[in-house]
Structures are given as structure tokens and as C-alpha cells.
Design a protein around this ligand. Structure first.
Ligand SMILES: C[S@@+](CC[C@H](N)C(=O)[O-])C[C@H]1O[C@@H](n2cnc3c(N)ncnc32)[C@H](O)[C@@H]1O
Length: 277
């Protein structure tokens, strides 16, 4: 019997205070997994895919929503963005981000706050690129965040975000395994149930177990938010791990069984007006 590395149950709370608390508690374990290099899904799979989806960022002004400890903000700064602003709700996540900025100065500005408020707190048309790396899925009002991204982008600017894949990241899901415990398939249920659920992370990659709660919207809901905000969908990517990544981290072979992440690239075309109905 393979030991489960996470459990899922209906959320009892999902509001800004509960989200902040969960991420404050998770933060040391989350940061440790990234900094020690064992967070291989991020470092060898969806992170590089997300960087690639952003293309050439040299000279761009970037807003990174739900920046956490700044993993993606740093990627953007290192790849030549002229300005990077990261926003996160969790002070503990931002403590880590600022400590990393102290160690290696990249000129990133970190702001504590709710990404859903950028729609009114940041000037219209003030960024070239808005990114969100596995963070919109942890927010209670992603539709408003996406509308805010549209507003703060220049005409022609892009929103690039990655989430766990809504079709496979459902509350009820079970890997089907062979007698040796190797993954063969993924069984999912409750796809149309859009209520949030709480994950308990018990993976040995993390130095202590922690819980985080996320939303659970269908792919249709996500796409409608993007399209109805006014974005033209420039790209839609279901990444799979490369041969080299799987050779290094065999656990990544499950990315070839079912789509586990998606990346959406939306472009602001000022001639397209957001829907107001
Ligand atoms: C899975 S982590 C991803 C962090 C980072 N983007 C990364 O790639 O490591 C999700 C982050 O979203 C943040 N978050 C959740 N809700 C938020 C909100 N409404 N506004 C800003 N940040 C939020 C959490 O505090 C957490 O740091």
C-alpha cells in the first residue's frame, strides 16, 4: 500500500484571514523545499514551463501576484525585467522573499496585500506583464484578480498564469497504481463542485506537514474569467516534464499520465472591451 502524501477535505474556512494564517504556518516548510532543491515539480517542471511561456521579458515591467517567497519574481528579474513588483497576502512568505532579496539584490519590490485589490490600488496601464505562479488557485476571488490584471496592463501587455489543472485537481481524486505502486492512471470525481477544499501536505519533501486551502473552479469558469475580462487567449499550455527532468526526478513521470498543470497566456487588446454583464 503506497503512503498518501496529501489528503483533501471540504474547507471549513476560505477567507483572507484564514488563507494568510495557513500560508504563514506553511511558509518555513514551503521555503525550505524550494531552497533545498527538492521541490522538483516547481524547479524542473512547471517553473521552467512558466518561464518559457513568458518569453523574452527583457526591459519589461512585471507584476507578480501571489508571489510567495518570490520564486517567480526572481526568475523575471534574473531574466532581465526592468522592474518587478511582487504582492502576497502572507507576511511570513514575504519575510522569506525579502531575506532572499537581501542575499541577492535584484531590485524587487515586495508588497503585502490582497491581489484582488490591485484593480483599484494600482494605476491603470502600468505594467507590461502580470504573472501568477500557482497562486490564483489559492485565492478566493480569482475573477476579480484577473479583471485587475487586465486593468493594470498596458495595451498589448500579457497575463501569464499557471495553476494546477482544474480537470485533475479535484477534491476527490485517486491515483490508480500497479502492484508495485507505480502510477497507471488518475481517477477524478466532483469536477463540477466549485467549493473550496483543504489540502494537508504530508510529503517528505516538506520538513513538517501543513494545510492550505484553495478554490476549485472548472476550466470553463477560468476561461470565462479570462475571456470576459477582455483578454485575447494567446496560448494555452498543458506542460509535460522533459526526458531530462524525468531522468533526474522519476516522480515527474506522472505528468505524462494526465494533465496536472496548465498555463494560460492572455493578451490585452485595448480594442476589446471587458464584458460588464
Ligand atoms: C502556492 S503559493 C505560490 C507562491 C509563488 N507564486 C510561488 O510560485 O512559489 C500561493 C501564494 O498565494 C498567496 N495568496 C493567497 N491568496 C492571496 C491573495 N488574495 N492575495 C495575494 N496573495 C495571496 C499565498 O500567501 C501564497 O504565498
Amino acid at each position: 500500500m503506497t503512503k498518501k502524501n496529501q489528503t483533501r477535505e471540504p474547507a471549513t474556512r476560505f477567507d483572507l484571514a484564514s488563507i494568510q494564517r495557513e500560508w504563514d504556518i506553511a511558509s518555513d516548510a514551503y521555503a525550505d523545499a524550494q531552497m533545498s532543491g527538492v521541490d522538483y515539480y516547481r524547479l524542473s517542471f512547471f517553473g521552467p514551463a512558466m518561464v518559457e511561456a513568458c518569453g523574452n521579458v527583457e526591459g519589461l515591467e512585471v507584476l507578480d501576484l501571489g508571489c510567495g517567497i518570490g520564486y517567480f519574481s526572481r526568475q523575471m528579474a534574473k531574466n532581465g525585467a526592468s522592474k518587478v513588483v511582487g504582492i502576497d497576502l502572507s507576511p511570513k512568505q514575504l519575510d522569506h522573499a525579502r531575506q532572499l532579496e537581501e542575499k541577492e539584490r535584484l531590485g524587487i519590490e515586495y508588497i503585502e496585500g490582497d491581489a484582488a485589490t490591485v484593480i483599484e490600488s494600482l494605476p491603470e496601464a502600468s505594467f507590461d506583464l502580470v504573472t501568477a505562479c500557482v497562486s490564483l488557485v489559492d485565492m478566493p476571488d480569482p475573477g476579480r484578480v484577473i479583471r485587475g490584471a487586465y486593468r493594470v496592463l498596458h495595451d498589448g501587455g500579457r497575463l501569464v498564469f499557471t495553476n494546477t489543472h482544474p480537470i485533475t485537481d479535484t477534491m476527490s481524486r485517486e491515483w490508480i497504481r500497479d502492484a508495485d505502486g507505480c502510477k497507471l492512471g488518475l481517477q477524478i470525481a466532483d469536477y463540477f463542485d466549485e467549493t473550496p477544499f483543504t489540502l494537508t501536505w504530508m510529503n517528505e519533501r516538506y520538513k513538517y506537514p501543513f494545510q492550505t486551502t484553495g478554490n476549485s473552479y472548472t476550466l470553463q469558469t477560468w476561461m470565462r474569467w479570462v475571456i470576459q475580462s477582455g483578454f485575447i487567449v494567446d496560448d494555452f499550455i498543458e506542460p509535460v516534464a522533459t526526458d531530462e527532468a524525468i531522468a533526474k526526478w522519476s516522480g515527474l513521470d506522472d505528468t505524462r499520465i494526465a494533465p496536472l498543470f496548465l498555463i494560460i497566456v492572455g493578451r490585452k487588446d485595448g480594442r476589446v472591451k471587458p464584458r460588464t454583464d
